[in-house]
Ligand binder design. Structure first.
Ligand code: TGC
Ligand code: FAD
Length: 396
């Protein structure tokens, strides 16, 4: 049997056969999320990105909540209690539609909900998690500041005691969902180290401004948070999170989702390029017939295939409770970098059409520039892995 007779058995973005290692239930989760994306997101996303606005964001959030996407890997309190692999597959399908939609889900579930679920009091969990799981309350996660990004230990936002209250002053920058949020998880320095606070966004002294002029993640709300004498009761503090390990534990969750999600954006761009190349004729033949185009398609396909196996290996390790955070850095660094390269290459295959929002490629490419930077830049993940390999921190 020739290779071309085998062709129909191969999935172009999964030549290594990762799909074979998924259970029927996992495939069903993936299909469900894909179908929802095809109905609720794909017909509109190009327009949302171009206008920098999602129409009826509360309506979309509530639809995503209905199928259990918010905090889907958390247990209890109205959360779906699915596996890490299920959650990863969902992120992949969401990001095949748009990184901004995956961000909406990641920040809600992996950052804001996880912070409360892992570090919050019983009262905080019961108060916030069910409505957040339903998508009727939206959360954001404020770690980054205008002068503090990769090194959150240097944060300037402060929380001071005033009687039994806490009073927060400072600002946070580049905060996803910030100006649409009902609650903000705010990390602040105290005399006892960095602590987390659940801040209802209606609290006096709290304000949020949307950041404009973005050329990336345009179908996602990104904001500055201002905290001016924000007075909170003592019950607003996350009681069990002390020090940087509080926020970093949340980042582990979100980075895990991203290492799957980025492959979705890469896959969508690869598929668009493969389809386009088969139809585009130059010099009297489809451009798929040129060796240089085939080289690009082959390289993209192999990177997607390897990235899928890496994501699944990391997902299985997470489900089995043997995942090391450094492995998350390996997945985030590799898969985002690979997906961005795939999008850039796909864009060249589309020629001039590659720069048009009529096709998804430039949107994914621009989005992945943010994904490469947020949740730890590629340099930070390189240094995390470097430290693990050598025992020597090279951050400063
Ligand atoms: P270091 O001294 O190494 O550690 C401080 C404490 O944290 C613990 N720790 C971790 N805990 C859990 N998970 C991890 N991955 C952890 N890494 C470290 C560590 O054990 C220690 O605990 P303790 O109890 O002994 O105090 O910390 P460092 O200050 O040297 O920093 C290390 C570094 C640079 C790697 C870290 O600061 C870092 O990852 N920086 C990047 C910042 C970042 O990723 N920001 C993301 C903001 S959120 C966001 O971007 C959302 S994007 C929207 C979306 O997701 O869609
Ligand atoms: P900097 O830390 O200033 O880094 C600038 C450059 O210097 C980078 O290339 C970096 O890798 C490099 N660099 C820094 N230190 C070193 C070093 N020691 N060695 C080598 N190179 C170094 N944050 C939140 O808290 N919540 C959110 O919801 C959130 N959402 C975001 C959404 C978007 C669309 C974007 C773009 C960002 C978001 N962020 C969020 C912020 C994001 O986490 C930060 O942008 C990121 O951590 C990097 O910080 P910075 O931009 O300040 O860059």
């Amino acid at each position: 049997m020739t290779l071309s007779e085998h062709r129909t058995e191969l999935i172009p973005y999964d030549l290594a056969g990762m799909d074979h290692h998924l259970t029927a239930d996992e495939r069903a989760v993936r299909s469900t999320v894909r179908a929802v994306c095809e109905e609720l997101i794909d017909p509109y996303i190009g327009d949302w990105f171009e206008r920098g606005q999602i129409d009826d964001l509360p309506g979309l959030a509530s639809e995503l909540g209905k199928i259990g996407l918010f905090g889907m890997h958390l247990h209890g309190y109205g959360c779906a209690g699915m596996s890490a692999v299920d959650y990863g597959l969902a992120c992949m399908e969401l990001e095949a539609s748009d990184s901004g939609i995956r961000s909406l889900v990641s920040v809600q579930g992996s950052l804001a909900m996880f912070a409360i679920h892992r570090w919050g009091s019983e009262e905080q969990k019961e108060h916030w998690l069910p409505t957040m799981a339903a998508g009727t309350a939206i959360g954001c996660f404020g770690l980054t500041e205008p002068d503090v990004g990769s090194d959150p230990s240097a944060m300037k936002t402060r929380a001071r005691r005033d009687g039994s209250d806490w009073v927060l002053d400072g600002s946070k920058m580049w905060i996803t969902n910030g100006s649409i949020a009902d609650l903000a998880i705010v990390w602040a320095g105290t005399d006892d180290g960095i602590r987390g606070f659940v801040v209802p966004t209606t609290t006096a002294g709290f304000s949020a401004n949307a950041i404009r002029h973005k050329m990336s993640l345009r179908a996602s709300v990104t904001s500055e948070l201002i905290l001016e004498g924000v007075r909170l009761p003592s019950t607003a503090m996350l009681p069990d999170a002390v020090g940087l390990r509080g926020p970093l534990s949340c980042l582990n969750q979100a980075r895990y989702g991203i290492l799957w999600g980025a492959l979705g954006a890469g896959r969508a761009s690869f598929e668009a390029a493969l389809d386009y190349a088969g139809q585009r004729t130059q010099f009297g033949r489809p451009i798929t017939g040129f060796q240089l185009t085939q080289q690009k398609l082959v390289d993209m396909s192999i990177e997607l295939s390897k990235g899928g196996l890496l994501a699944l290996a990391i997902g299985r390790a997470k489900d089995e409770g043997r995942l090391h955070p450094v492995q998350i850095s390996v997945g985030k660094l590799n898969n985002v970098r690979a997906a961005l390269d795939i999008c850039r290459t796909a864009r060249t295959i589309l020629g001039a059409n590659g720069i048009s929002l009529e096709y998804p490629v430039i949107r994914h490419m621009n989005n992945l520039e943010s994904v490469l930077t947020y949740e730890g830049t590629s340099e930070m993940h390189t240094l995390i892995i470097g430290q693990a390999l050598t025992g020597q921190p090279a951050f400063q």
